[in-house]
Design a protein around this ligand. Structure first.
Ligand code: YSA
Length: 345
C-alpha cells in the first residue's frame, strides 16, 4: 500500500517540478514534497512502526523517490532562474571596440635623456645629478667666473632673492656646476654625463627658451692620459649612435672661463651629410654646444692638486639635439604643453 503511494508521489512530483514556472511555485513544491509535514517525510517517520520486512521494502523505495525528486527540484530551479533572466539586458557585443584607458607616455626630452643614458652607460659613464636651484659658487665662481667679471654676462641669469642667506642662489644657467659637485666627492679617473634642466633669463624665439635642457659630459684622468683627439672621438661615437649615421666633429676655438682651450662643438649636418642645405644654412656644419679641456683653476676649486689631472668637458643643448633628430622647427614646442605635439613621440 505504502509502496504504491510512494510511486504515485514520484509520478506527481516528476510532473509538477518541470511544470513549475516561477520561484514561488517551486517554493510551494519544495514544502509539499520535502517539508516537515510532507507525505514523504511522514512515511519516513513511520518506518519505525513497520515490520522488518515492510521496512526493507518501503525504506529504500521512499529514499529513492526522495532522491529522484530532489534532482527534479534542482534542475527545475536552474531552469526557472535561467528563464527569469533578462537576456537582452545582459547581451554583450563581443565585436564592440574595447574601452582603452588612455596611457601617458614619456616627453620627447625624457626619451632623449633615456637614449643618452643607454649609449653612455654602455661606454662606462656614470650619470650623477645636481640641484636646479644652485649657489653662485657652483654656478659661477668655482667655474672661474669671478664676481663682476664680464663673462657672467654670457649667461642671462635668474637670480633668486637670497636676502638674509649666507650665499646667493640662482636657477642654474648650465649643467656645468655638477662638474664641481661630482669632483668634490670623486677621485679621477672617471667619466660622467649630466643631463638636466637649465634656466636663462632671456627672450624666447625658435631656438631660445627660458627653460631648457643641457647635457654635460666630463672625462678626467691623470695628466697626459687624455687628448683633444680622445674628445673628438668620443663625440663622433656618441653622435653616430644617437643619429644612426656617420657624423664628423669639428672644433672651433672659443672662450668659456672654465676650459683652456675652449671650443665650439660642431657636427656635420645630419640632414645633408655636410653638403650644405637649409638646415645648416648651406655650410654643412651645425653647432651643438660648448666644450674644452678643463681649466686647472676648476680642478683646484674642486679640491684637486694643480697639474695632477687632465680632462675634457662639453655642454650641449638637449632641445637642439632633439630638434635635429625629430626635425622639430621651434624649441618652444617642448614647453608648450600642446598634446598634439607631445603625442607624436
Ligand atoms: C662649455 C665648456 C665645457 O667644458 C662644458 C660645458 C660648456 C657649455 C657651457 N656650460 C654653456 O652653457 N654654453 S652655452 O651657453 O653656449 O650653452 C650650451 C648650449 O646650450 C648651446 O649651444 C645651446 O644648444 C643650448 N642653449 C643655450 N641657451 C639656450 C639653449 N638652448 C635653448 N634655449 C636657450 N636659451
Amino acid at each position: 500500500m505504502a509502496t504504491e503511494r510512494i510511486q504515485e508521489i514520484e509520478k506527481e512530483g516528476k510532473k509538477a517540478f518541470p511544470e513549475a514556472g516561477s520561484e514561488e511555485e517551486l517554493r510551494e513544491l519544495e514544502v509539499r514534497y520535502f517539508g516537515r509535514k510532507s507525505e514523504l517525510t511522514g512515511i519516513l517517520k513511520g518506518l519505525k512502526d513497520l515490520s522488518a520486512d515492510e521496512k526493507r521494502e518501503v525504506g529504500p523505495a521512499v529514499q529513492g523517490v526522495r532522491m529522484a525528486l530532489m534532482e527534479a527540484f534542482s534542475s527545475a530551479k536552474e531552469r526557472v532562474a535561467r528563464e527569469g533572466r533578462d537576456w537582452e539586458a545582459e547581451r554583450i557585443d563581443v565585436t564592440a571596440p574595447g574601452a582603452n584607458d588612455p596611457l601617458g607616455h614619456l616627453h620627447p626630452i625624457s626619451l632623449i635623456i633615456g637614449e643618452l643614458g643607454d649609449i653612455f652607460t654602455r661606454l662606462g659613464f656614470e650619470i650623477p645629478e645636481g640641484p636646479e636651484l644652485e649657489t653662485e659658487f657652483y654656478n659661477f665662481e668655482a667655474l672661474n667666473f669671478p664676481a663682476d667679471h664680464p663673462a657672467r654676462d654670457m649667461q642671462d641669469t635668474f637670480w633668486i632673492d637670497s636676502e638674509g642667506l649666507d650665499t646667493r642662489y640662482v636657477l642654474r644657467t648650465h649643467t656645468s656646476p655638477v662638474q664641481i659637485r661630482y669632483m668634490e666627492t670623486h677621485t679621477p679617473p672617471f667619466r660622467i654625463i649630466v643631463p638636466g634642466r637649465t634656466f636663462r633669463n632671456e627672450s624666447t624665439d625658435a631656438t631660445h627658451e627660458h627653460t631648457f635642457h643641457q647635457f654635460e659630459s666630463l672625462v678626467v684622468g691623470e695628466a697626459g692620459d687624455l687628448t683633444v683627439g680622445h674628445f673628438k672621438q668620443l663625440g663622433e661615437t656618441f653622435f653616430e649612435a644617437f643619429f644612426g649615421r656617420k657624423v664628423s666633429v669639428r672644433l672651433r676655438p672659443s672662450y668659456f672661463p672654465f676650459v683652456e682651450p675652449g671650443f665650439e662643438f660642431d657636427i656635420s649636418c645630419v640632414f645633408c651629410g655636410g653638403n650644405g642645405c637649409s638646415s645648416c644654412k648651406g655650410v654643412g656644419w651645425i653647432e651643438v654646444g660648448g666644450a674644452g679641456m678643463v681649466q686647472q683653476k676648476v680642478f683646484e676649486a674642486a679640491g684637486y692638486p694643480r697639474g695632477q689631472y687632465q680632462g675634457f668637458a662639453w655642454g650641449f643643448g638637449l632641445e637642439r639635439l632633439a630638434m635635429m633628430k625629430y626635425r622639430i622647427p621651434d624649441t618652444r614646442m617642448f614647453m608648450s604643453g600642446d598634446l598634439r605635439f607631445i603625442r607624436q613621440f
